[in-house]
Design a protein around this ligand. Structure first.
Ligand SMILES: Nc1ncnc2c1ncn2[C@@H]1O[C@H](COP(=O)(O)OP(=O)(O)OP(=O)(O)O)[C@@H](O)[C@H]1O
Ligand SMILES: [Mg+2]
Length: 398
């Protein structure tokens, strides 16, 4: 897919490049960067597997099969998904006529029912079909809808019939604990609707009280990768870019390191490059609040993170390995250790209270505790920072 700025946009005062280096503000056709088939900043604004499924069902009805997704190229997904998409962009058939695809709404109960129907391949009443389409542009694999609540714009994520454990409650607990450890994280709330857990996330890509949208790009785009190359995504490479191109570079590196160790402490091994993003102002990048910190199902001991933590390719979900690579994030090993110890302390201290707020049953708590949250594997070879350790006792769980 090639891109061409319109002449009127190029002539507009205050126009910014959609993202650099991939789409510099200049006339003429611009090819995607090497190895990509579509500019990353445009791909970021389109649906992922969940939204593609909704678009497909909208276009094909219940006869749609998962394999049909490939029949529609990215242009169909961009042009048919809802306009209220993440970030600042929208996509239209015509250069001179703007037709927003986001007028319809429905009560949350109906939207959840509609999402269930899509998940199960059952037909949708037309009004609900359109209402569900509203959120189809939001990325990710899990079912979700958009709400315009009193307090602002909200993404609602809910449990799906195929969940084998309390995924949504787990995500709530991790997000809430992240905030309590001092991470900058999207605000969350957990509500029950028709016996279902629903996670409400305040959108950070809208300026509250205005119609204004904030431009952002995913780390996948920042790293100049696409989904097929996602396994090469590296926090260490991202850290290098943070040093060069981010506002508040030093603080952002510390935040990034803290997000990595928090992911490890809460069993979120699904920390792929579309689960990190940065605001884009035309010149500089600024880390967005953290989102999608979701403890994952896991088997035995060994686990790895979705992105490499060290420039040497290290990606094991282990704190000791993170501490060894602290300098990549402009931290000393002691600072890294102190940061981790603080996270562990807060998780231990706040766990019960957060579980209460997340309405977790005893069974759910013991499912997560020491499996996703504070899994012993994470602590192997790790001893707490020298200043905080008492007579050589490491803060290992036990
Ligand atoms: N609070 C927020 N404000 C703005 N955009 C957000 C927010 N939370 C998530 N997003 C955007 O929505 C997308 C989907 O959200 P999320 O990653 O939580 O969904 P998911 O279905 O769990 O994803 P995955 O497929 O990674 O499991 C994100 O990639 C991000 O672009
Ligand atoms: Mg995600």
């Amino acid at each position: 897919m090639r891109f061409n700025y319109g002449r009127s946009y190029l002539g507009r005062r205050g126009a910014i490049p959609l993202y650099l280096p991939e789409l510099p503000l200049r006339p003429g056709v611009i090819e995607p960067l090497g190895g990509l088939t579509i500019p990353g900043c445009i791909r970021d604004a389109g649906p992922d597997s969940w939204g593609q499924r909704v678009v497909m069902q909208h276009l094909l009805g219940t006869g749609a099969r998962d394999g049909d997704r490939a029949v529609f190229g990215p242009l169909t997904h961009l042009l048919r998904s809802g306009s209220d998409r993440i970030g600042a962009l929208d996509f239209q058939e015509h250069a001179h006529v703007y037709v927003s695809r986001d007028e319809t709404s429905a009560p949350l109960e109906d939207l959840i029912d509609a999402a269930d129907r899509v998940g199960e391949g059952r037909p949708l009443p037309p009004a609900l079909d359109l209402a569900l389409l509203h959120a189809s542009s939001v990325g990710g694999a899990r079912p979700k809808v958009l709400l315009n609540a009193d307090g602002g714009d909200v993404i609602a994520k809910f449990s799906s019939s195929t969940d084998t454990y309390a995924v949504v409650k787990g995500e709530f607990a991790a997000m809430e604990l992240a905030r309590r450890t001092g991470l900058d994280v999207a605000s969350v709330d957990l509500v029950g609707v028709m016996g279902r857990d629903v996670l409400l996330l305040k959108r950070f890509d809208r300026v509250p009280g205005t119609q204004q949208r904030r431009a952002l790009v995913s780390a996948l785009t920042i790293l100049e990768l696409d989904e097929l190359m996602a396994r090469y995504a590296s926090y260490a490479d991202l850290a290098q870019i943070v040093r060069e191109r981010f506002t508040h570079a030093r603080a952002s590196l510390r935040e990034l390191f803290a997000r990595i160790t928090f992911n490890i402490l809460t069993g979120n091994s699904d920390d792929h490059a579309r689960n990190h993003a940065a605001f884009w102002d035309g010149e500089w990048l600024t880390l967005t609040p953290a989102y999608d910190i979701c403890p994952q199902a896991r088997g035995g001991g060994e686990t790895s993170q979705a992105m490499m933590i060290g420039a040497d390719g290290f990606r094991m979900s282990q704190l000791a390995g993170c501490v060894k690579r602290a300098s990549t994030y402009m931290l000393t090993e002691r600072e890294a250790g102190e940061l981790i110890d603080h996270q562990v302390e807060v998780i231990k201290r706040e766990w019960d209270e957060v579980c209460d707020r997340g309405r977790m049953t005893e069974v759910e708590r013991s499912f997560f505790w020491r499996r996703q949250f504070l899994n012993p594997y994470a602590f192997e070879g790790y001893s707490s920072a020298p200043v905080q350790s008492r007579a050589g006792q490491g803060l290992t769980p036990g």
